[in-house]
Design a protein around this ligand. Structure first.
Ligand code: COS
Length: 403
């Protein structure tokens, strides 16, 4: 099936997004990867996405194009367009793409020129696989409660602790890792570091298996020595950096959910047109038409919030001269809330749409190996990772109380 592109005529998008969507719609249906081994498949997808140039949207171009990106800045709408099309075809392809962006996002936002040069061009080409290590066993939604500790020894940093649920764990070439550097300072005592997978003291061998293909691992740091230049961004500025990175990618998770929901809707329409029962097609029943109508509206509701969130971020980055600090902070809060609304609504709606589409397929919907059955498993984790629905509700609710 070919991803739809008609939504790209909406005014949220520019010609660059329309062209991108059309190119993707031609490329992605031709790609078939055996996904039984999720680690091997993820590597294969990174290689293909790198070769075709799509990973170049995960990083900025740099002043003279030296960082490998296509566009001058990380463009939220391009990320959404890409994730939607990739997830329509293969949620694992979308995952492989997204992790290159999330894993390198903090380097794009806060990396020194040397750090950007060392990592971003390789992320764009697929030569290096990236990962983002924030969560811990007792610090998932409450990210500020992390216990992994980085201590300055004067010459270098020594890191100890465990990160878990780390996407690309075990296959990544580097991990952007967040650790406490001032343990009594709460969220103001966290710093980001770039850690190469080959660094002694880092063990990524504990794999976690989940219900849909998705390479995940626990990372164990045991007196892991890091050079001073591994520090990413400001000392004790890591929590904000993590949140700013998530702000960009949360709207793109919504894009992935949309891709899966659109696929489910397309599968349902296709099935309803050809399935015969009681002397007519399934599509002839008003009950079916009503369900499809509800599904289409749920998809569009998620889509509009997603495109709005991505457009708001891109528009603010392009303008970048807020009149004063207070206006800048208010604008940032609005964008955070918009991204939270997009992620919450698009993922929750996609789950409902996929469930309805599966129900319409009857027994075929639960048959292992069918698209509906895999979509039903694929969508579930999107309501949890990069900020569970409840975290998004909290962000939106807090903002409503402050307004
Ligand atoms: N951008 C910049 N700064 C931000 C920010 C954002 N989006 N969100 C919060 N901050 C800042 C706040 O302004 C505050 O700064 P000050 O210390 O200067 O006041 C600081 O960060 C702490 O913010 P807050 O008090 O809201 O933090 P909480 O500990 O209450 O946590 C939530 C807030 C729950 C929203 C946060 O922990 C979160 O997003 N958790 C989910 C983490 C997640 O997505 N995990 C999945 C990892 S990837 S699979």
């Amino acid at each position: 099936m070919t991803p739809t592109t008609s939504h790209l005529t909406l005014p949220f998008f520019d010609d660059v997004h329309r062209t991108l969507g059309e190119q993707l719609a031609r490329w992605i249906p031709q790609q078939q990867v055996d996904e039984q081994d999720d680690r091997a498949a993820c590597r294969e997808w990174v290689a293909r996405l790198g070769e075709a140039g799509w990973l170049r949207y995960c990083v900025p171009a740099g002043d003279g194009g030296e960082l490998g990106g296509v566009l001058p800045r990380l463009d939220s709408r391009a990320l959404v367009v890409l994730r939607e099309a990739l997830a329509f075809h293969s949620p694992l392809a979308d995952f492989a793409f997204a992790m290159q962006g999330l894993g390198s996002g903090a380097i794009t936002l806060a990396g020194s020129a040397a750090q950007q040069a060392a990592y971003l061009p390789d992320v764009a080409s697929g030569r290096q696989i990236a990962a983002f290590a924030l969560s811990e066993a007792d610090a998932g939604s409450d990210a500020g409660a992390m216990k992994t500790r980085a201590t300055s020894t004067g010459e270098d940093w020594a890191m100890s602790g465990n990160k878990t649920w780390i996407s690309n764990g075990g296959i990544a070439d580097f991990y952007v890792t967040f650790a406490k550097t001032a343990p009594d300072a709460g969220t103001r005592g966290i710093t980001a570091f770039i850690i190469d997978a080959t660094n002694p003291g880092l063990d990524c061998s504990e794999h976690i298996t989940v219900m849909s293909p998705h390479p995940l691992a626990t990372l164990q740091f045991t007196d892991c020595r890091l050079p001073r230049h591994a520090q990413l961004g400001d000392l004790n500025g890591g929590f904000k950096l993590a949140m700013q990175t998530l702000d960009i990618f949360r709207a793109s998770v919504a894009g992935a959910a949309l891709g899966m929901a659109r696929r489910a809707l397309a599968e349902a329409v296709h099935y309803a047109r050809q399935r015969q029962m009681f002397g007519q097609t399934l599509a002839d029943f008003q009950l079916t038409q009503a369900k499809l109508g509800e599904m289409a509206a749920l998809v569009d509701a998620g889509a509009l919030l997603t495109y709005r969130a991505a457009w708001m971020r891109d528009a603010s980055e392009a303008g970048k001269q807020a009149p004063d600090a207070a206006a800048e902070a208010a604008g940032r809060r609005e964008r955070t809330v918009a991204a939270a609304m997009a992620k919450m609504t698009a993922t929750e709606n996609a789950q409902r749409v996929i469930d309805m589409a599966l129900q319409m397929h009857g027994g075929m919907g639960v048959r292992v190996g069918t698209k509906m059955e895999s979509l039903y498993r694929d969508i579930r984790s999107l309501r949890i990772y990069e900020g569970a629905t409840e975290v998004q509700q909290l962000i939106i609710g807090k903002a409503a109380l402050q307004s």
